[in-house]
Design a binder for this molecule. Sequence first.
Ligand code: PGA
Length: 251
Amino acid sequence: MRYVIANWKMYPQKREDALRIFSDTVALTQRLSGIRVAICPPFVWLSLVAAAAKSLVWLGAQDAAWAAEGAFTGEISPAMLKNIGCKMVIVGHSERRKHVEETSEMIAKKTAAVLGSGLYAVLCVGERQREGEWEKEIIAQTRSAVAGLNALLVRRLIIAYEPVWAIGTGRADTAGDAVTSILLIRRVLTDEIGDSAAKEVPVLYGGSVSEKNVREFSSEPEIDGFLVGHASLNPAEFARIAQAAQRGGKR
Ligand code: PGA
C-alpha cells in the first residue's frame, strides 16, 4: 500500500478555505484505489473537516502530546484526536524539531503514545544538510524513536524520509539518493524491530514533492508514497501527485 499524505502546515488561515481545500481534495482523490490518501490540517480545522471526511480519505493531525492525559496546557492528546476521527499523526516533523525544539526523547515518547492509542504515526526523519556525517543523523533519529516499540505497535508505524534542506525549498532530493537514505532507514529498522516487521513499515519521501517531480520518485519501488507540504494546499496538484503515486505503485 502506498500512502500520499497532505501536510497543510500552518495553512489556511480561514475556516472557509480549510473546508474548500478539504472537500475539493476528497472529491478529487477518494476514488483512487491501491493508495491511501490522508489529509493533516492544523488542529483547529480538524473537527470542522471531520464532518466532511469520507472513510476512504483519512484525517490526520500534525502533532500530538507525548502523554495520554494530564496537566499539559495547550497540548492535544492522541486519544482526543482519535475521538474526533483522526487515523494518523505526524510525529517529529523537522519544523517542530527546529522551531519548538522537540527532542529525540519527546519524539520517541510521542511515537509510542500515538501508536499506543491506536493511531498510525508518521515519524519524520532526515538530515539537515547533506555533508559531513549526515547519515548518522538519519540513523540516530530513526533508532531513538523506534527502539523499544513492540511488534504490535510497529504495525501502525510509517516513516517519512524528509531531508530538511529539501523541505519547502523547491529543491527536492533525487529519487536515487532518496532511495539510498530509505535503504539506510530500513537497515536501522531491521536492527531494531527485526527483518519481517521492518519490511512491513512503509517509508515515504517528503521534501518539495510536486506534480513535476513526482513521476521520478513514483517509479522507485522502495518509495512507499509521499508526504506533501506546500503542493497539498492545491487540491488539483495534490490529486495529480496521488495519481502518479498510484500508477507508479502498480508497476
Ligand atoms: P514541502 O513540505 O512539500 O513543502 O517541502 C514537506 C513537509 O512539510 O512535510
